[in-house]
Ligand binder design. Sequence first.
Ligand SMILES: N[C@@H](CCC(=O)N[C@@H](CS)C(=O)NCC(=O)O)C(=O)O
Length: 205
Amino acid sequence: MYTVIGSPNTRALRVYWALEELQLDYEFIPAEPHSTWAKATNLSGKVPSLRTSEGFNISDSVAILNYLSGKHGNEHSVFSFPMGTTERAEQDSITQFCCDDIDGPLSMYQKNSVFHPSSLKLPEIRSIANYEFSKGLAVLEKRISGKEFLLGDFFSVPDIICGHCAGWAISLGFSIPQSNEVSDYLKRVRRRKALKIAMEKTRAK
Ligand SMILES: N[C@@H](CCC(=O)N[C@@H](CS)C(=O)NCC(=O)O)C(=O)O
């Protein structure tokens, strides 16, 4: 049994989504960033963290998703290529692209508007982040062209990151094109049953 620390309004939703895809049991603590639980499980006070039944703690959504997909994943759930293969190198490269170019701009905007001291808040940050996010989507369009998922036929970790970021971007009012291969792809991943179940289960608490 796993325990997830993190409110579903944060990147913890990625972990809930992955656990539902993998059909694993979990408990959860809907902790906000810098809460007592967040500080107890991550030195930076960030969420999410995952606690294993042996009491081992893993922080960072990508580390958690890679751990879960490596341990429990297969071609029917959250797929992961083995370490040391060129396919895995490509998987890691796509994951890193999603973190830098899709998650990065949203993170920059949210940090500045929520977590930074008011003396450092910049009104211009929104248009800068929107510009960076649009650039990320343009590259995502090339990466997804002709494919169902980012790794081709297999639903995997970067699909969860991009699918989560799409919902996050919409909630922040960032623009996503309404009709092209990227929007079709994002709609496809966000329609997955596991995401719906994860949101219902964790938001009900
Ligand atoms: N790379 C980390 C980022 C974690 C992160 O920044 N989480 C946000 C909530 S979604 C947070 O706790 N922010 C607090 C802060 O930036 O101080 C991950 O993917 O888990």
